[in-house]
Design a protein around this ligand. Structure first.
Ligand code: SAJ
Length: 434
């Protein structure tokens, strides 16, 4: 079977390599010249455990090639970005999907299967992709098979989750679904769940919307606890002892290209019937402002001049800074204060062309306040020297990951905010400031 994968990013490259491992003839296509050049040299351009090894094996096996243009194939998989448009609700930008479709059109032939893996707005497969294919004279469901098969893998565990997670196979017709199941059965050990393209589109978006709303509940609980002087983290820990309760973890906000993006695809298509999704989005988007206000309150309380920021990636143990809440906090600090700031992230060397601190010692030297904005494993246990280097060992641990340490003068978390300089936070006001 010949497979063309359009888009060699966090999802496309691992997917292409999984098909190559199953002995399919795989052509990876990406428009970025440097991606093709890196891959041709056997260099994986994504930080993902296993990528280097799978790539090496595929190249040695000789059934994995990369180039900037597609060729004829049996299966075309589209795994390109679908960012938010800069419009009112951040609707789904289909320009990359459109370009990938245009690129494969000349090579389409009867019997081909087209699979959209990119996360897309509800009804996109039927209302946007299908007409493009039928305009070429093909009948979808008979000549060409069209499937939406969204990914649901966790960065950092992508290769194992691609194999073991179950997957929705959303065909435009039942025959399309059957084709999709035959294709993914090559490497997926998880359950292949037959459904329609429309259900698969909305289910994928709702998976991430469910998590986004639950994070918003945790974040709102923090502002409730701050006002009522009740430890929100203790409330979450106790409430989650209930067998059917799973309140998520609060933090400085929701980043990444999924939870911070997907719900808006639903909102944009159904703006008058999504008050919960819209409010939850705003609550999460208000967290950088909340964290910023607390930092200022702490710096005032301790008459601080320098602060250390630990972590700018959008989540722990990866290098992705897309939609990172940490960056939003840093931007607020730069815009509204003149604190000296040292920023350190073990996975990120440069940020907006500025070289970041080379290590923890450099980042904490002489600082009054250490703010943890990302749950990298490296930040879970800091050595004595980190605190010895500090002017004042005040810590604001927004991810609640740092183990207690005798040298910490004050360890502020999102649970005990009221024990230090209280800031009066008003959600409405913060949203108005947007
Ligand atoms: N976050 C919280 N509290 C939580 C959980 C997460 O504040 O309790 C924050 C994180 O810090 C981060 C953001 O939310 O800023 C999103 O993190 P995440 O790990 O929950 O989600 P993602 O964006 O890494 O979701 C990925 C996605 N897959 C890929 O990017 C390839 C998504 O499609 C998957 O559904 C998700 O993993 C998953 O866990 O399955």
């Amino acid at each position: 079977m010949k497979v063309v994968v359009m888009g060699l990013g966090y999802i496309g490259l691992p997917t292409a390599l999984m098909f190559a491992q199953c002995k399919a003839e795989v052509l990876g296509v990406d428009t970025k010249k440097e991606v093709i050049e890196h891959l041709k040299k056997g260099q994986a351009h994504i930080e993902e455990p296993g990528a280097k090894e799978y790539l090496k094996a595929a190249i040695e096996q000789g059934n994995f090639h990369v180039q900037r243009k597609p060729t004829a194939a049996d299966v075309f998989i589209i795994a390109v970005p679908t960012p938010n448009k800069q419009d009112m609700h951040g609707s789904c930008d289909l320009s990359y999907v459109g370009s990938a479709l245009e690129a494969i059109k000349p090579f389409l032939a009867k019997g081909n299967t087209i699979i959209i893996e990119s996360t897309i707005a509800p009804k996109t497969t039927e209302n946007y992709v299908l007409p493009e294919i039928e305009a070429l004279g093909f009948k979808v469901g008979e000549d060409i098979f069209l499937v939406h098969c969204p990914e649901r893998v966790l960065p950092g565990k992508i290769f194992s989750e691609l194999v073991n997670n179950n997957r929705m196979i959303g065909g435009v017709t039942e025959k399309c679904t059957a084709k999709g199941i035959d294709i993914y059965r090559l490497f997926v050990k998880g359950e292949l769940i037959p459904t329609t393209a429309a259900v698969a589109e909305l289910a994928k978006l709702m998976e991430n919307s469910y998590r986004m709303v639950n994070i918003a509940i945790a974040n709102e609980l923090v502002t409730i606890g701050n006002g009522l002087e009740i430890n929100a983290l203790e409330v979450i820990a106790i409430a989650n002892k209930h067998p059917r309760v799973n309140i998520h973890q609060p933090g400085p906000g929701v980043g990444g290209h999924c939870l911070a993006v997907d719900p808006s695809f639903i909102i944009a298509n159904a703006p008058t019937v999504t008050p919960l999704l819209q409010t939850a989005t705003k609550i999460n988007q208000g967290m950088p402002e909340f964290i910023f206000q607390k930092i200022v309150a702490l710096m005032q309380q301790y008459n601080g001049q320098k602060l250390s920021i630990l972590g700018i990636a959008y989540k722990g143990n990866i290098d992705d800074i897309r939609e990172s809440p940490a960056i939003k906090v840093i931007d607020l600090l730069r815009k509204h204060t003149n604190y000296e700031m040292a920023i350190y992230d073990p996975y990120v060397d440069y940020f907006k062309d500025k070289k970041l601190a080379g290590g923890l010692k450099e980042a904490t030297a002489q600082s009054d306040l250490l703010v943890i904005l990302c749950d990298h494993d490296e930040f879970k246990q800091l050595s004595d020297t980190c605190f010895d280097e500090m002017q004042q060992a005040i810590v604001f641990d927004t991810k609640n990951i740092l183990l207690p340490h005798p040298k910490i003068k004050q360890h502020v978390t999102l649970g005990n905010l009221y024990e230090s300089n209280k800031m009066e936070y008003c959600y409405e006001q913060s949203v108005r400031n947007k």
